[in-house]
Design a protein around this ligand. Structure first.
Ligand code: SAH
Length: 683
């Protein structure tokens, strides 16, 4: 069955009516799921297997039949391990229908149908009894319901329910226990993702609104590949603290709890950020540990297992505070049923006994709702700001009438500070408008920028006081952009505004270029690579399901990834493949570009990285992708502010002398789509 969904096109801005089959979302979810990454996580798999073998052996040693409950069975992997380890029967519960169907096929293919019952339900709907889903309660509880924050996928309520309803009182659990660790640090880099910092413009200082400094920020976790954040970019102020543990073999509560860890500050500094990760003890003795510790905690960082389905968490304290070396501190973690947050207490300053646990953070200044964390980082990037300010300075004149088109952008404020006669900004939402308004007020610039909540095609000369625009500017940056080329929305806005521009108006940026480089990923390839067999079990039906979902879409697409978190080596030189001339309107006809890039380094070509570079003026360019020269070995340095596009080849290519990557791109103006195709061929 087909359905129609109204959806704002991120590039053209038009409200498209998209015809979608009912299955579209399923396929999208499967194609982009972490299942392959989990199955490639050999460290996790083998530790689960060891934990499962030991638990089954303990129950058998007690002379009991081993009845397993596997909540969130996915491919059925952990149940198959359990049966192989000697379990008598498994109830394997999976809520996601296509996954439950795949599990059924996988279990059959591996000859376990007699001993594994797949139940396509949420575990809280599972019934026990003669007519129930389960004949009896289980005595071994196996789960893998964790996310980077441990509890963000609802592990606690699922465990709570299972202990009340689905497992016996004295049950074994794999994993047996989870422990959360945290470390208080000072980090200019990470803190720049939470708070707007003062900006120097033309000798004046633009300060953030006081409400932003007092705001505890967004409540969502910031999950990143912490291994890619160099220890040089933060200073530990305390030791790694053990915050709390959950024993999964006993009844679990999902009610609010807080835990405080006391320590003495190791060094003085600004307490800003908490780095956190967890580990799983697969057995009660703690001899099989699966840890999420970042690679820089390992004596040999290369030995750290890589995984993307579990990363590490960064928490921002509600406000920064100064701590002195030797000071006694208390780091408090709170959790409700789905999330964690942190607060810092200093018993020497206040009576910590009477201090209430910190409330769950909630943005009160709106900025944390308008700007994502990487966007805060972008706004706080002094070098980038300098490029925009220099570009603006070179085009602005005393009589300039400027219009800014970007969401929550400070460019219009800069234009005003540089001395433009009149500055307008189109903001897409009331919230963006209010945030920029606050910035203006905090700097005694009320009315300095006229903020208009009007769509570009509806803007009239009257809205601009009858004047024509001499400078149209954008970063460009839009909250609806997912892929790099979605910022071409600026071009569509410019086209809609053509009638309001002076004949020789400046457009800043004047153009943008789509760039590409073919790459070998150190690890990211795993998330899209077929698994075949996993720990000796044939999981190919899962591979087929993912492939079918990828094929479901008309053409394969690039996907957004922040490449600074995913090291890769360039195998070709990087090249601009298509330029979009913002000084002209969006053309009627498609723009195409074909070519071929020789592989210049040995390696395994997994795909292509794509990004935009914005040419602010003839000699100032800002890159949202590569931000430095590629090293001799091909190592790349990526902008941390925006996600790049990644197009995975269907099968990787081992470069041999003489091979080249052929590419073809077509920009379709009516839809704003960029269709692309790549192949590697020997030359
Ligand atoms: N056990 C598999 C898959 C883990 S992924 C493995 O280790 O490889 C977690 C899976 O649990 C997802 O497929 C998700 O759909 C499912 N899930 C999460 N919570 C659930 C619940 N309470 N009941 C049933 N399925 C659940």
């Amino acid at each position: 069955m087909k359905t129609f969904c109204g959806r704002a096109n991120p590039t053209t801005g038009a409200l498209d009516s998209v015809e979608e089959s009912e299955e579209y979302d399923y396929h999208q979810e499967i194609a982009r799921s972490c299942f392959a990454d989990m199955l490639h996580d050999h460290d996790r798999n083998k530790k689960y297997y060891r934990g499962i073998r030991a638990a089954v052996a303990r129950v058998k040693a007690r002379g009991e039949r081993v009845i397993i409950l596997d909540i969130g069975t996915g491919t059925g992997l952990l149940s198959m391990m359990a049966v192989t380890a000697g379990a008598d029967f498994c109830y394997a519960v999976e809520v996601f229908k296509p996954m439950a169907e795949a599990a059924q096929r996988i279990v059959e293919k591996n000859g376990f149908s007699e001993k594994i019952k797949i139940i396509n339900k949420h575990s809280t709907d599972v019934t026990v009894g003669p007519d129930g889903d389960m004949q009896m309660k289980a005595n071994v509880l196996i789960t893998e319901l964790f996310d980077t924050e441990l509890i963000g996928e609802g592990a606690l309520p699922s465990y709570e329910h299972a202990h009340h309803n689905l497992v016996q009182e004295a049950c074994e659990a794999v994993p047996h226990r989870a422990t959360v660790y945290a470390q208080l640090v000072e980090s200019e880099l990470l803190w720049s993702w939470a708070q707007l910092q003062p900006v120097e413009v033309e000798g004046a200082r633009l300060v953030p609104p006081p409400a932003m400094g007092l705001c505890a920020g967004a409540h969502s976790v910031c999950d990143i590949q912490l291994s890619q954040v160099s220890p040089r970019s933060f200073t530990p102020l305390g030791p790694l603290c053990t915050m709390f543990s959950v024993d999964f073999s006993k009844p679990v509560s999902s009610a609010f709890q807080s835990h405080t860890s006391q320590f003495v500050a190791r060094s003085g500094g600004r307490a800003q950020v908490v780095l956190s990760w967890w580990d799983l003890d697969m057995d009660p003795s703690g001899s099989v540990v699966c840890t999420m510790a970042p690679s820089w905690t390992y004596p040999q960082p290369k030995m750290a297992p890589w995984r993307d389905h579990w990363m590490q968490s960064v928490y921002f304290l509600p406000s920064e505070s100064r701590v002195t070396e030797g000071e006694e501190l208390g780091l408090t973690v709170c959790h409700d049923d789905y999330s964690l947050w942190y607060g810092l207490q200093s018993p020497s300053r206040r009576d910590s006994q009477t201090e209430a646990p910190p409330p769950r953070p909630c943005c009160t200044c709106q900025a944390h709702l308008v700007w994502t964390r990487p966007r805060f980082g972008e706004l706080n990037d002094g070098r980038r700001t300098e490029s925009y300010v220099s570009a603006l300075r070179s085009v602005l004149m005393g009589d300039s009438v400027c219009l800014g088109v970007s969401d929550g952008s400070l460019l219009p404020v800069f234009a005003r500070m540089i001395g433009a006669k009149k500055v307008y900004a189109l903001e897409n939402s009331r919230m963006c408008k209010q945030v920029i308004q606050q910035v203006l007020e905090a700097n005694s610039m009320e009315g300095g920028v006229e903020l208009l909540e009007i769509r570009p095609e509806q803007l009239t000369s009257k809205d601009l006081g009858g004047e024509q625009i001499s400078v149209l500017m954008g970063e460009p940056c839009f909250s609806s952009s997912l892929l790099p080329w979605h910022s071409l929305f600026f071009w569509y806005c410019r086209t809609a505004l053509a009638g309001l521009l002076r004949p020789n108006a400046t457009i800043l940026p004047r153009s943008a270029t789509l760039h590409m480089v073919a790459v070998e990923f150190q690890d990211l390839w795993r998330i899209r690579a077929p698994c075949g067999t996993c720990e000796g079990f044939n999981v190919s039906p899962m591979d087929e399901m993912v492939q079918k979902s990828l094929d479901f879409r008309e053409s394969r697409e690039a996907e957004p990834h922040p490449l600074w978190e995913y090291p890769c080596r360039a195998l070709t030189r990087s090249t601009g493949v298509m330029t979009f001339d913002f000084t002209q309107r969006v053309p009627q006809q498609p723009i195409s570009s074909q070519g071929s890039l020789p592989l210049i380094r040995k390696g395994r070509c997994h795909g292509v990285a794509l990004w935009m570079e914005y040419h602010l003026t003839a000699d100032i360019t800002v890159s949202a992708g590569l931000i430095g020269p590629v090293s001799e070995q091909g190592e790349c340095e990526w902008s941390r502010h925006r996600k790049q596009g990644v197009y995975f080849l269907r099968s990787p290519w081992d470069s041999s002398d003489g091979a080249a990557v052929s590419y073809s791109f077509t920009f379709e103006p009516s839809t704003g789509d960029i269709k692309m195709d790549f192949s590697v061929e020997p030359q």
